[in-house]
Design a protein. Sequence first.
Length: 310
Amino acid sequence: MDIRGALRKRTERVPLRALERRGFRSVQVLDMRTIERIVSEAVEQVFVRHEREVSAGERGTIEHEAKQEFLKLLAEHKKVLAAKTEAERVRAELEKRLAELGRERERQQHALERAQREQLSSRDVSISPEAFAELERRLRHLFDQLMNEQQRRSLAEIGPRALKGLSEFERELARMIDELLARERDRYLSEERREHDRRVELLERRLAKVNRALAETEKRLEQVVKAKSVDPGIASVYDTVQGLDASDPAYGRKRELLHVIFLENLELQGKPIEPEDREPQASAPEPDDLPPPPPDFAPPREDLIMETAF
């Protein structure tokens, strides 16, 4: 079986720029020759150690099954790598989103502080001296039109009561003008305050929304980082728990062979091999459904047992 060709079919080429966009700065490289050599050497070493116990037919069967299982594991490993790549992409997007939300929160915070400092009061509304002068000029012009000096002299000749009535009229007119100005000032301030309050409330809602989005993004990024820090390994290709059949006549030989493969796997991964790993653990005897022997039962003597051939 061509392992090199199988690897080519089950891998994909990723440009370096795409890896950089996903946040990768360096990658670990394992070429096809090395993978093929590792698999072949591992299988060959097992066969060399058990050359006398494994027949040629069994050797071919085991080698074929080993390569088939390797391809299955390779496909699962590819899925794991794809999941890791997707996690890197999600992490990069979350970090970018986090930075954008941080800048947006800073802008909204400054806008809110600036709006809160803009406290309106009656002192913020004033009428310039030029406007007062213009108002006075128009009023005097109006009075000049209503009453000239000759008419004032005529009123003076009539009597002081007429002049007094004219003065009261002037004061009443001034009071009405003052009330008009005060009413306009209050109306202006009321509208401005309402608009100011609406603007502050809107900024507060925006800031609260940005803070919620920022907290959710930070939480999601933390979950992605935590999930990435745990290596998921290679998923099992079996739907059920696998094991050896204790009723198989070759159970002992297969079990020993699996133990050797287990040790080879530890060596390939660079993991330490403990003393208890070097000795295969004894399996518990399979329970049977036979009834227990009677209390007076005694096993037969070995010298009385005869072999019978059919």
